[in-house]
Design a protein around this ligand. Structure first.
Ligand SMILES: O=P(O)(O)OC[C@H]1O[C@H](O[C@H]2O[C@H](CO)[C@@H](O)[C@H](O)[C@H]2O)[C@H](O)[C@@H](O)[C@@H]1O
Ligand SMILES: O=c1ccn([C@@H]2O[C@H](COP(=O)(O)OP(=O)(O)O)[C@@H](O)[C@H]2O)c(=O)[nH]1
Length: 460
């Protein structure tokens, strides 16, 4: 059997819990059959040389972790600058937040070249290589230029926007041409595949060979949706673990008297947090029976804080939470409990299970694993209700959630009220169907279908 080599910006010990959907899913994918996980170490070296970085290797069970340090200049231009200052906002349809500083692209290319140079000697001829996410789009092209003939697949964890939004990136043509160095390109949703198909047709004159095969730049690439999932059984088991039980026991008394609404995410502008808080304020104003009862716990874990857009968002959010508590709070009840810290993943199931309603209302999201974790953690006899943005990748699958438009404050507040009032029989029916869906396409399905499709392909 071929060895699996996973390449991603974030690398995490699969035996430990990690925040961020990508690290969690890849840890799971690798620990099934073992392999090599290669990427950034998370270390930033002050005063180091651009394009250079020390490499460390360690063994974590059956997974070898090989990671490379980045110098400050590379981190600033590759990670903060191009990946999270250009690609992240544009791919999430936020041209207004992009910083098209011409200096960033040099660092992005330099780090991709360095990563390819460091990875090349570690590769064996029959390795299957699986590259992840927007940080590393040119990785296959760099490896091919160094003579790599292995099968290489790519998975984009974030949305792919429509052609005219993508075309705002000065290097859009080069980025998409780079994707044709892969044998297989995986996307989260059918909407993303449609955008890819339209882009390559309109901007690159690609020939569509069949619904998955596109020919351009002298190469054929296979592009298909592989919606990422979670390990449902592992997550359900976590729900009965010591940490989750402690969390559940400490909360259940209070929330048997009140109603808990829950939001869990990185503090990111793609997650629609200010819009959600405005909808919650509207709920309290419009449906006063919720006063003294409905409580929103909002966990917003720190993320990419060196970028101004993220620190500005934090201020906006804190001001909104403060004003809702100031306007509606009582001595014995505060409507919003806001936590700007990461909560350990093993404790989250206890919180999910106490909640009557989960608010997963991103403005755009590649998938959103929190939505799936919430479903997995519910008690089927008395399940909570998922309020889900129609703009999350997960909405293509989770049709029995209450789908909302997060830009519509009134409509979202009304749906939250419907969720709070939903009769038990309807909650059970919706939950049963949602659970079936996340079981059908879980993280094992995701790994197996992607890798089987890649393995079955003749190397290009
Ligand atoms: O590595 P960070 O900069 O700290 O950010 C964390 C991760 O955020 C993004 O996650 C995405 O992947 C999830 C799993 O497929 C998906 O459910 C979610 O919708 C995406 O936002 C990012 O794509 C990862 O590269 C980051 O590691
Ligand atoms: O305080 C937190 C916040 C989030 N997460 C985990 O981080 C992942 C977030 O993945 P998602 O796909 O929802 O969004 P992303 O952050 O990857 O954009 C999920 O597994 C969450 O359980 C966590 O462990 N602690």
């Amino acid at each position: 059997m071929s060895r699996l080599v996973v390449v991603s910006n974030r690398v995490a010990d699969p035996r430990k819990t990690a925040a961020g959907g990508l690290a969690v899913a890849l840890g799971d994918a690798l620990s099934t059959n073992g392999g090599l996980w290669f990427g950034w170490s998370g270390t930033i070296v002050e005063g180091g040389t651009p394009g250079e970085g020390d490499m460390q290797t360690q063994q974590a069970g059956n997974v070898t972790l090989s990671t490379v340090d980045l110098c400050r200049e590379d981190y600033d231009s590759y990670y903060l600058g191009y990946s999270n200052g250009v690609l992240w906002p544009v791919f999430h349809y936020r041209l207004d937040l992009a910083d098209f500083d011409a200096g960033f692209i040099g660092g992005y290319r330099r780090v991709n070249q360095m990563m390819a140079r460091k990875l090349m000697p570690l590769l064996r001829p029959d390795d299957i290589i699986w590259v992840h996410d927007y940080h590393l789009i040119p990785m296959a092209a760099e490896l091919r230029a160094m003579g790599c003939r292995n099968r290489i697949g790519f998975f984009l964890h974030i949305p792919l926007p429509p052609p005219l939004i993508l075309a705002a990136i000065p290097q859009h043509e080069w980025l998409i041409r780079s994707l044709f160095a892969y044998d297989l390109v995986g996307l989260q949703s059918q909407a993303d595949v449609d955008h890819f198909s339209r882009y390559v047709g309109q901007e690159a004159g690609a020939e569509t060979l069949d619904k998955h095969q596109f020919r351009a730049f002298g190469r054929t690439v296979h592009a298909q949706a592989f919606p990422i999932g979670i390990d449902v059984d592992e997550f359900a088991a976590l729900t009965h673990g010591k940490d989750a039980r402690e969390m559940f026991d400490s909360m259940k008394d209070e929330y048997s008297r009140r109603r808990l609404l829950l939001g869990v995410e990185r503090l990111d502008y793609s997650k629609g947090l200010p819009q959600r808080l405005r909808a919650f304020r509207h709920l309290l104003q419009q449906y006063p029976e919720n006063l003294g009862s409905a409580t929103l716990i909002q966990i917003a874990s720190p993320s990419r804080e060196a970028l101004d857009t993220y620190s500005g968002l934090r201020q906006e959010l804190e001001s909104l939470c403060g004003s809702i508590n100031g306007d509606y709070g009582e001595l014995d009840w505060m409507p919003v409990r806001y936590i700007h810290r990461n909560v350990a993943r093993k404790r989250l199931p206890g919180l999910y299970r106490v909640a009557s309603v989960a608010l997963v209302t991103p403005l755009r999201d590649g998938m959103n694993l929190v939505a799936k974790e919430f479903i997995a953690a519910q008690d089927p006899a008395d399940p909570g209700v998922l309020v889900l943005s129609r703009f999350a990748g997960a909405a293509e699958q989770l049709k029995e959630a209450l789908l909302v438009n997060p830009y519509d404050t009134h409509g979202t507040a009304e749906s939250i009220q419907v969720a709070l009032q939903m009769p038990l029989a309807e909650r059970q029916k919706r939950h049963q169907k949602l659970l079936e869906r996340i079981r059908q396409q879980d993280v094992h399905w995701w790994r197996k279908t992607f890798l089987q499709t890649l393995t079955d392909m003749a190397p290009g």
